[in-house]
Design a binder for this molecule. Structure first.
Ligand SMILES: [Zn+2]
Length: 227
């Protein structure tokens, strides 16, 4: 009976609300570099621009993740189509696309691993380049928001609860000094469980997933999809 009630409630929500789509990207730049990127994480810059412009032509308005959370928390009806652009991992390659987004007043959220912002590479691709701490803290535009991706790029469920807790506290400790910090954590590979969710809840950080789901008004998670 309860399940049927929930099903009807979900259907009614979908009828009165436009979904909000949160897109997850990694590298967006002109040229693919096999020594610096994974092919599945790269989008050619012109393809990215085409996709964004075509969404705007369909009436989609790009807003910030903070605004999305506000809509998800407050909207009773939603006719407008909203979307958000997020970049994971803090790759230096996105410096090619940020000015174009800024010119068009399109907000973005960057999910950063604090360990990598000293300008060195720690991951599997030898020439992987990250935004540096200096570059990240120079982003003071109101169009940029900075969220957490964990201290290191490690699956949350591969860590003990103590390790995961430390990883978030350490990362948030650095990033929260940024004037554009927002208390959202994008799980690495979207990987999570009840224990990790409870740790984020305790730390008052909102979990962000990559599960291909659109957002309506359930504020327990921000769901994301690939562009
Ligand atoms: Zn990632």
């Amino acid at each position: 009976m309860m399940k049927l009630f929930d099903k009807i409630k979900r259907k009614l929500t979908k009828l009165r609300m436009q979904p909000i789509r949160v897109y997850c990207l990694h590298h967006v730049c002109a040229k693919f570099d096999a020594e610096a990127m994974n092919a599945c994480d790269w989008m050619q810059i012109d393809e990215f621009k085409r996709k964004i412009l075509s969404l705007q032509q369909e009436g989609v308005e790009f807003i910030s993740l903070t605004e999305v959370y506000r809509h998800m928390s407050n909207d009773i009806f939603r006719c407008h189509k909203y979307a958000v652009i997020t970049f994971d991992d803090g790759y230096a390659s996105i410096k090619e696309i940020l000015p174009w987004l800024e010119e068009r007043h399109i907000p973005v959220t960057l999910f950063i691993n604090g360990k990598y912002i000293d300008g060195k590479s720690y991951r599997k691709n030898p020439k992987e380049q990250y935004l540096t701490q200096e570059e990240i803290f120079a982003f003071t535009s109101l169009l940029i928001e900075i969220g957490s991706h964990g201290w290191e790029h490690i699956r949350a469920t591969g860590q003990t609860e103590v390790e995961f807790n430390e990883s978030i506290e350490k990362n948030v400790g650095i990033l929260s000094k940024h004037p554009r910090y927002i208390p959202f954590h994008a799980y690495t590979y979207g990987n999570h469980n009840v224990a990790t969710d409870n740790i984020l809840k305790k730390l008052k950080v909102i979990p962000v997933l990559i599960d291909g789901i659109k957002n309506y008004n359930d504020t327990r998670y921000i769901h994301r999809e690939l562009l």
